[in-house]
Design a protein around this ligand. Structure first.
Ligand code: SF4
Ligand code: SF4
Length: 692
């Protein structure tokens, strides 16, 4: 009779469970954007071992929550064996899962099970403390009924297993010495009970445990704890492409029924986006590290993911699933989407490899290509379209500083072939037009000359890489600029490029191959560091200052160039380098990326937040390796009235430490002339200037 009842319960529970799974799969595959993720099986398997089995990201940065989760995860793995044993006992009373191994194998198993269950109970208490008394800065978890139900169910599973095994100990069926915790329970609660009461107690806890397992299985798909079921495929099918690379829209092979671009409706997302949404545990680590959220903007990357899940759940069986628009005032608002700096801190922090930024950029693409981008960024895009740079300057004005420094310009006095040069220096629009950017470009040129590198720039033949256009959502304009640049580079037979702007670096390196480029791209920090290692640049002068390094998002987190800039600083005599608390993978954005430098930003601004951290760090100089960061910090310094901290590019510090002849060019005059033009953001003509 017991076996029949158990079978009925199991069949019923599994029936409901698979019905839920099927309806989830139906929703998941109604998201139609293609996403092929079955390549590179070895890398994916490694990811599964390190991040699921090893829980590496869970433990990173958040020790309390990490240890708590580690204990629950591994506890569950082991307890599952105990639960299997209990289920089989319904058919074979007295069944021992590891009895077939002989010796003390079964007893050892019971001992491990007993201790692990106690550890899981401790982890549950840690979970409650994490949601209640741990200081709020580290308490990002959402306190919901869902969390209470799940924690309660796990606690119930432990309690009922202890109850069952304690009853067996009291009955003399299970060995006391191998079940210390259950024995302790028996000595407190089951002392002096007669045999039939103990038998009833064992039966009661057994049924309760089985019912809880089956209820847990069926509650999971409705809960944020559905990640228990989805985490393995979600981590296995993670994005292995460079993080800074956006998908190309194939305008030449569009389907006939295309209504819009980007992600407007649910079907415009991919199956992996939906899997992401159902895998999110709402731990809030992404939001905790988001610069937009940290500066009181409406964007929370966690909410972006959960809104997609709520949208799918709310509309699962209705036509609204593929009719309603997600980017809208009802679901994900334009304010949220345009607040993103594309810094990728959220993606970096998510323990489950959810791509919050990718979803934001696809929805932003939809909005912009539907004409919903407003404000100063629109003017920037117009100038990119008309002049190939965000200010609308003439392309012939890209080179005056280079003439002063006698830097060869391809196609403009330096021949038509890059084959005569070791490398082409991609100055970017900041290096071409912005006064500070010109100073840095000029410094890099001097360093290259000093090291005997044969290089040229492309001058008027270079246009904006299109990074701001793509990140703001204007894909067609980006592709136009990308194709122009690739054609030019291929025409000049360019093989290797140095870029000092991390945004150019990322686009040239990761995105231009989709447009026919096979140029090798290195950042100036990598190139200069190699010149030092080769003995071609010798930092000898003692700079005697305290300094910190700010990791630009598109150099560091997006492209993993963390060590080279630090190695350059370490090679300079007299520099005392001190790391910021938020550094390397955990660096905090300057606020400029994702086209934000061209948009108005409400106070408090992201760059103020980062600059305050630098100022509080007590150093004399902050080194960056990005023209955007330099501009953002200079603005923040002005705003805060702090004129004590020097803001320098790594290349400038390196140059200061070399034993070079004094330079008396009229570069500074050029810079100040340009300053008047580019900094007057109040004039209509200069709406395309950085909005800092
Ligand atoms: S990419 Fe950066 S700004 Fe955008 S949501 Fe993620 S953390 Fe926030
Ligand atoms: S997206 Fe990732 S980091 Fe953000 S709340 Fe969900 S699980 Fe946590």
């Amino acid at each position: 009779m017991k076996a029949i009842l158990l079978t009925l319960l199991i069949v019923l529970a599994l029936g409901f469970f698979f019905r839920n799974v099927l309806s989830f799969l139906k929703v998941m595959f109604s998201a139609k954007k293609k996403s092929f993720r079955a390549d590179n099986i070895i890398e994916r398997t490694k990811g599964f071992i390190v991040y699921v089995i090893g829980q590496k990201r869970i433990l990173k940065n958040y020790t309390w929550a990490g240890v708590e989760h580690f204990m629950i995860f591994w506890g569950f793995m082991i307890i599952t064996f105990g639960s299997i044993e209990l289920i089989v006992m319904g058919y074979l009373p007295g069944f021992e899962l590891f009895g077939f191994l002989g010796g003390t194998a079964q007893e050892n198993f019971l001992l491990i099970l007993d201790i692990v269950q106690a550890l899981v109970v401790i982890a549950l208490v840690m979970g409650v403390l994490n949601r209640t008394v741990i200081p709020s800065g580290k308490r990002r978890e959402v306190n919901s009924i869902d969390a209470v139900v799940i924690l309660g169910m796990i606690f119930g599973l432990m309690l009922t297993d202890f109850g069952f095994r304690a009853s067996k100990v009291a009955m003399g069926i299970e060995p006391q010495s191998w079940l210390p915790i259950s024995s302790f329970w028996a000595s407190i609660f089951l002392n002096n009970l007669n045999a039939s009461t103990l038998a009833f107690s064992a039966e009661f806890f057994w049924w309760f445990h089985i019912a809880l397992i089956l209820a847990f299985l069926n509650y999971l798909p409705y809960s944020k704890h559905s990640h228990v079921l989805t985490v393995v495929p979600n981590v296995f099918f993670q994005n292995l492409e460079p993080r800074g690379k956006m998908n190309k829209i194939d305008f030449e092979n569009l389907p006939d029924d295309v209504e819009h671009f980007g992600a407007g409706k649910f079907e415009d997302f991919s199956w992996k986006d939906v899997l992401d949404a159902y895998t999110c545990t709402e731990c809030g680590r992404c939001t905790d590290n988001c610069p937009a959220w940290a500066t009181d903007k409406s964007l929370s990357p966690r909410d972006i993911v959960t809104k997609l899940r709520h949208f799918a759940t709310a509309n699962a069986n209705s036509e609204a699933l593929n009719e309603e628009y997600l980017p809208s005032e009802d679901w994900v608002t334009p304010d949220e989407l345009y607040a993103c700096t594309t810094c990728s801190a959220c993606v970096e922090q998510c323990p489950l490899f959810i791509d919050q930024m990718g979803k934001i950029l696809e929805m932003r693409r939809f909005l912009t290509m539907e004409g919903q981008l407003t404000g100063t960024a629109v003017r920037t895009l117009q100038k990119l379209g008309s002049h190939g740079n965000p200010w609308g300057f003439e392309s012939s004005d890209r080179t005056p500083w280079a003439k002063e420094k006698e830097v060869p310009v391809l196609g403009n006095g330096a021949g038509d072939s890059a084959e005569e040069f070791d490398v082409i220096f991609w100055t970017g629009c900041f290096g071409a037009y912005d006064p500070r950017g010109q100073e840095v470009a000029s410094t890099i040129s001097e360093l290259l000359k000093e090291a005997g590198v044969k290089f040229a720039i492309m001058g008027p033949n270079e246009t904006c890489t299109g990074d701001p256009a793509r990140r703001l959502g204007e894909e067609a304009l980006f592709q136009e600029l990308a194709m122009t640049n690739v054609e030019t580079m291929n025409g000049f037979k360019v093989k290797k490029v140095i870029a000092n702007c991390p945004h150019c670096f990322n686009t040239l390196k990761n995105e231009y191959p989709d447009f026919g480029s096979d140029v090798e791209v290195v950042s100036h920090t990598e190139f200069l560091n190699q010149l030092i290692k080769d003995g071609k640049l010798k930092p000898v002068k003692d700079l005697d200052e305290t300094i910190t390094y700010h990791d630009p998002c598109y150099l560091g987190r997006h492209n993993k160039v963390f060590d080279e800039p630090r190695e350059i600083l370490e090679s300079i005599p007299g520099l005392e380098v001190s790391e910021l608390e938020r550094s390397r993978e955990n660096s905090f954005c300057c606020g400029a990326g994702g086209g934000k430098i061209w948009m108005e930003e409400e106070a408090p601004r992201v760059n103020w937040n980062r600059f305050d951290e630098i100022a509080d760090h007590g150093v004399e100089t902050v080194a960056a390796a990005c023209p955007f960061c330099n501009v953002m910090f200079e603005d923040a310094a002005k705003y805060s009235g702090n004129d004590k901290i020097k803001i320098k590019d790594i290349a400038e510090l390196l140059k200061d430490s070399l034993d070079l002849p004094v330079n008396n060019s009229n570069f500074e005059k050029l810079a100040s002339d340009k300053d008047v033009e580019s900094k007057d953001s109040s004039s209509e003509e200069n709406e395309g200037s950085p909005q800092v």
